[in-house]
Design a protein around this ligand. Structure first.
Ligand code: NAI
Length: 254
């Protein structure tokens, strides 16, 4: 590892998979990696704009990118797509497990299908991605997994009605910490827990108002304000960091 911190942050030659890369936090993170010289495998599901974003980043930053359509809640698709990325790029240095969704309803109003949908994306999706990328990291002898959780995995923000979403995030936070220990000999694992960010998911009047009322900075975060944290965790600037769960919430959870 170089001693100059700006050199540590450079991603030249690194291969990074970002899930949920078509929108919001995932897109900002994919940009951050490319801006730092890293190659990016864009994983997207429903939003085909990812294909164009991927091409634009490659052209602007002179890096290699590719877009892959994959539903992270289907284990076979996750396994096959990881194999494709390894074939296309030769290795994977960092996997950013960011795709997620919320159905914000009280449990008394939620159908079991709505419950299962959230579990399948936010929990099964993270477990499938982690298991199959873990096999690659183990084989390579190196790797770095970053999981996007949420401050909702720490606290129940008032008066939100999303018990299932909150619990899925508590699950993946603890799962990620456990992997940091299990994989200590070959890979790092860290968790990012965002507060209210101005994405599609964060677009509800409730979230905007709640950030205004409760975050110390008095507003939602812009996705450009989360890029540096992911770059830090993805890069060699954070080689002593594993098993950490980093809140980035404008001072909401205090
Ligand atoms: P977003 O809705 O803009 O992006 C979510 C992305 O995940 C989309 O690209 C979507 O296509 C993808 N996705 C959903 N289901 C998928 C599936 N089955 N397979 C593959 N991809 C799938 O939302 P945002 O805010 O960018 O969310 C990113 C992560 O950040 C999520 O895990 C979310 O829970 C988390 N988060 C967001 C917060 C916010 O205030 N925006 C707060 C705390 C956490």
């Amino acid at each position: 590892t170089p001693s100059n911190v700006l050199d540590q942050l450079r991603m030249n030659g690194k291969v990074v998979i970002v899930t949920g890369a078509a929108d919001g936090i995932g897109l900002a993170v994919a940009e951050a990696i490319a801006e730092a010289g890293g190659n990016v495998a864009f994983w997207y599901n429903s939003n085909d704009a990812a294909v164009q974003h991927s091409k634009d980043l490659a052209a602007t930053h002179n890096v290699k990118t590719s877009a892959y359509k994959v539903d992270v809640s289907v284990s076979t698709q996750v396994q096959e797509t990881i194999a494709k990325v390894v074939q296309d790029f030769g290795k994977v240095d960092v996997f950013i497990a960011n795709a997620g969704m919320a159905i914000s309803k009280p449990i008394l109003e939620q159908t079991l299908d709505e419950y299962r949908k959230q579990m399948s994306v936010n929990v099964d999706g993270i477990v499938y991605c982690s298991k199959y990328i873990g096999e690659v990291f183990h084989r390579q002898g190196f790797g770095n997994l970053i999981i996007t959780s949420s401050m909702s995995g720490h606290i129940v923000n008032v008066p939100t009605d999303q018990p299932v979403y909150n619990a899925t995030k508590a699950y993946v936070t603890h799962f990620g910490k456990s992997l940091a220990r299990e994989w200590r000999e070959f890979a790092r694992v860290n968790i990012v827990s965002p507060g209210f960010f101005d994405t599609k998911m964060g677009a509800s009047p409730f979230a905007i108002n709640e950030a205004y009322r409760m975050a110390a900075v008095g507003r939602q975060g812009h996705t450009k304000e989360i890029k540096g944290l992911y770059l830090y965790l993805a890069s060699d600037a954070s080689t002593y960091m594993t098993g950490s769960d980093v809140l980035i919430d404008g001072g909401y959870v205090l």
